[in-house]
Each structure stands twice: as structure tokens, then as C-alpha cells.
Design a protein around this ligand. Sequence first.
Ligand code: GLN
Length: 242
Amino acid sequence: MNLTLGYLYPDLLNLYGDRGNLCCLQKRLNWRGIDTKLLSLAPGQPIDFSQLDLLLFGGGSDREMELACRTLPALRPDLKAWIEDGGVLLAVCGGYQLLGACYPPGKSWDTLRILDIYTQWEPRRLVQDTVIDSPFFSSPITGFENHAGRTYIGDYAPLGQVRSGYGNTGSHGYEGLLYKNLLATYLHGPLLPKNPEICDYLLTRALERKYGNGIRLKPLSDEPEHQANAYMVRRSRRRFPR
Ligand code: GLN
């Protein structure tokens, strides 16, 4: 078995260690004897989505996101079709925002608009270590958020409920979203080393899409990861509900 992991615009969209998500995906596959191929996908480069099993779409500063918008719209039809077909996508913060419409101050960006969501910028940045409880995962999800955008997700299922931190809007108490095999979140950290359950979830989805249902990944000990997670949960400031 093998998986091809892609990283969209790695030189532009790599905030707060987002690239570490790719290292985590690769490492956890290799520990189970599963080969990986990594693809760095640069702006303007044609992408053959049929060759891609899992894609990372990281966060960026407003300037970098604006640069990404010069070439992103060309990917819209193929990326949308791939997502609809169950392609596994992890989108973090800026990447999450760019999947929908974006309204930064005084600008108009030509974003992907694949999801029916929008992000409105506000002057106050939302910066904090974050803990969320998700109905899709047994452990609390921990990470770090730093964003000026507030993302309104309409009827999509949120990834979870904010226990500590801000999440999508800072006022609704929800964080991220899940749609098919697309997991979008504001959480950097990087996310996956801090939350190995999410990493294995994405890997299982990608393997099942390629090789058929019933894939059981060999369990790993994850003791240091669980200790780190428990530590962050203990020191988190409870924010929701107020
Ligand atoms: N530039 C975006 C914002 O401030 C995204 C930031 C990020 O990816 N952390 O909202």
C-alpha cells in the first residue's frame, strides 16, 4: 500500500508549523510500513488530482493568501470535483478561509469558493491556545489559533465545540467544519502531531478511498502525544460557555 500526499503552495501557506502535518502523516504511515510519496504543489503548476490521495492546504498571512489567489481559481473545477469524490483534504486557517469567499478589509480576493462559507475580517485578531470537543473524535482537540477572519459556515457540520479559545467566529462557540473527507479548522500547532487521532482518521479515509473499506491501521502507543494533549487541556482557560 502507498499514499501520495500533496502540499498546496508550501512556500506561501505554512504558518505556525503547518508543514509538520505532512511530516506527521508520512511518519505515521511509515511506522506501519506504508510507503508515501510527497508532492510540493507550487502556484501555477498543473495538478493531476487523480494521482493525489491526501492534500494539505495550510495557513498564511493576508499577503501570502492574496498572492495565492492569483493562481488558485484555476484549480477550482478539479479540486471541487476531487472533494466531491471523497478526496481527503486538511485545510488549516488561511487554507480553510480560501475554500470559501473572503472579505478582507477593503479588498476583493478571487478565492476558490468551493464551499458555501464566507470569512469576514475584523480588526481584533483572535489569538489563543485552543481546545475543542468534537463529536467525531474521542480526545479533545488541541491547537493554536491566530486569525483576523471570522468564518461563517452556514449549514455545514462544525468540527467541534470550543471549550477554550475562539473558533470560527469567536462568538458562536463552534470550530472548523467537516464535509465529506474535507476537514477544515483554524488550529495550527501543527494540528496532527498534537492530535494523532485526527491524523489516523485522515489516513484511514485516504486508504479506504484508494483500497476499499475496512482498513484498520495498526495502533501506535502515542503515549507522549496523549500526555501533551492532557497537559494542554489542563492548562486551558475555559471560555465557552461564558
Ligand atoms: N490571514 C488570515 C487571518 O488573519 C489567516 C491566518 C492564519 O492562517 N493563521 O485571518
